[in-house]
Structures are given as structure tokens and as C-alpha cells.
Design a protein around this ligand. Structure first.
Ligand SMILES: CC(C)(COP(=O)(O)OP(=O)(O)OC[C@H]1O[C@@H](n2cnc3c(N)ncnc32)[C@H](O)[C@@H]1OP(=O)(O)O)[C@@H](O)C(=O)NCCC(=O)NCCS
Length: 222
């Protein structure tokens, strides 16, 4: 008999049994309110600024990804070495107290661009690239809590990165990321957003004692 898929996030392996319960406090809070009353206009987007943001992000990433992100990773997010964009909502409790909670997050870095990912470049562009340092944006993580998936939050976050590339005066060449091979929802998400798979990295991830390939997805501006 086939095992029931209990995953909260498709970033976990299909047969994973370790991703079936929520960790972040926001889920208990949402259970006490009407989620449908919260519209896209109620969602605020900003970067990570406080230790409380980091505490929430750590719990959410445990739900979203089967990878242990180090203290160094989170310190780099807090001090801006790793860039961030978070989606947050404000909850008003019966007592009148208001509190903000993260419901989506994207962590990314600026890295040197690699000419092998610039598939459409001409010989002249390739030759010039040898003498110029150009950069790319690398998406390290992106996630949205289950209750708010399918509402365009990840689309919006990605659009903000595309805007940066388009407004960079060609100093940013492209956006790229590594994605674990079985994550079908993420692959549909990136393909819908114009990303193409340019490379397979064999056995790139070791998750729950299994090796998995990574797909490298790239988005190039027109
Ligand atoms: C992948 C993820 C970030 C998408 O977030 P989201 O806010 O729900 O995505 P959006 O609502 O912006 O959807 C954008 C597009 O992605 C695709 N998509 C999103 N959810 C999908 C689903 N359940 N089934 C099929 N396609 C889906 C669709 O093409 C969708 O566009 P459409 O609504 O016009 O058809 C979210 O599912 C998630 O957090 N997953 C767990 C963590 C993860 O896997 N992160 C990616 C690691 S690389």
C-alpha cells in the first residue's frame, strides 16, 4: 500500500515522514481568526530587521526546507549580507493587542555571474564578459506558509527581484537558483515565471540519507 503524502512542503522528499506538523506560532494564531478577511492589500513586504524576525524565519524555514541553515546564515540575513524580502500580516487579538507575523520569505544573495548560464550571449558578449565583473542574484530560499499559498505572494516576491535586474543598468545579468529535482510545485512556479532549467547537478543534495540531483534554473531578462 502506498504511504500517504503528509508533507507540508514539497521541498521535503516524497516519502518523508518528518514534515507533517507545524512549528511556527503563526498557525495557532490563524486558527483563531477568519483567514479570508486578510487580503493581498493587508500584506506588507519589507526586509528582515529584528531578532524577532529571525526567530520567526528560523521556525518557518524548518517547516519549508529539509536543510539545516546555520547560525551564520541567519546572522548574515540580519546584518544584510544575505538580502531578504519578507511578507507579513498584522493580527489584532480580542484584547486589542496587535502583533505582526511573517507569512512568506525570500532570502537571496548577489554573486558574480557565470558566463555558462548566459546561454543566449554572442561571442562578442562572451569575450567582453572576460574583462567585466558582472553579478547575478541567487535565490537561497523562498517559502510561503500553507494557509497563504496560491495567492500570488511568491510571484510578487520574484517580481521584485526581476525589477532589480531590469533596473540595474545591466550590472545584474540574471537570477538563478538550485532546486531539488522532485519539487514539482516549485518547478511549475519557476517555469511559469520564465525560468529555464540550464543544468543538472548530480547528487547535489543529501536529504534524510538519500542523494538527490539539483536543477539549476535561470531567468534572463529579454
Ligand atoms: C513554491 C512556493 C514558494 C509558491 O508560493 P505561492 O505563494 O503559493 O505561489 P503563487 O501563489 O505566487 O503561485 C505562483 C505560480 O506557481 C505555481 N504554483 C503555485 N502553487 C502551485 C500548486 N499547488 N500546484 C501547481 N502550481 C502551483 C503556479 O504556476 C502559480 O501560478 P498561477 O496561480 O497563475 O497558476 C510555495 O508552494 C512554498 O512555500 N513551497 C514550500 C517551499 C518550497 O518548496 N520552496 C521552493 C524551494 S526552491
Amino acid at each position: 500500500m502506498q504511504q500517504q503524502d503528509k508533507r507540508l512542503s514539497q521541498a521535503f522528499p516524497p516519502n518523508s515522514q518528518s514534515n507533517s506538523s507545524y512549528i511556527a506560532e503563526i498557525h495557532n494564531v490563524l486558527a483563531t481568526i477568519k483567514i479570508d478577511d486578510i487580503g493581498f492589500k493587508d500584506i506588507k513586504f519589507r526586509n528582515v530587521q529584528t531578532k524577532r524576525d529571525i526567530a520567526q524565519l528560523k521556525q518557518l524555514q524548518l517547516e519549508w526546507f529539509p536543510i539545516d541553515y546555520s547560525e551564520q546564515f541567519y546572522t548574515a540575513v540580519l546584518n544584510g549580507v544575505n538580502s531578504s524580502l519578507i511578507a507579513e500580516i498584522e493580527i489584532k487579538f480580542h484584547t486589542g493587542r496587535k502583533e505582526r507575523f511573517i507569512i512568506g520569505a525570500m532570502i537571496f544573495q548577489q554573486r558574480h555571474s557565470k558566463s555558462k548560464y548566459l546561454q543566449t550571449q554572442t561571442w562578442k558578449q562572451w569575450f567582453c564578459s572576460l574583462f567585466q565583473t558582472k553579478n547575478a542574484l541567487y535565490i537561497m530560499t523562498i517559502g510561503v506558509i500553507n494557509e497563504f499559498r496560491g495567492r500570488g505572494i511568491a510571484d510578487y516576491m520574484l517580481d521584485q527581484l526581476k525589477k532589480r535586474v531590469l533596473e540595474s543598468n545591466k550590472t545584474l545579468n540574471y537570477i538563478y537558483l538550485d532546486m531539488i529535482v522532485y519539487n514539482e510545485i516549485a518547478s511549475r512556479f519557476y517555469q511559469k515565471n520564465g525560468f529555464i532549467c540550464v543544468r543538472v547537478k548530480k547528487n547535489h543534495y543529501e536529504i534524510e540519507n538519500q542523494l538527490f540531483d539539483a536543477h539549476v534554473y535561470v531567468w534572463l531578462p529579454n
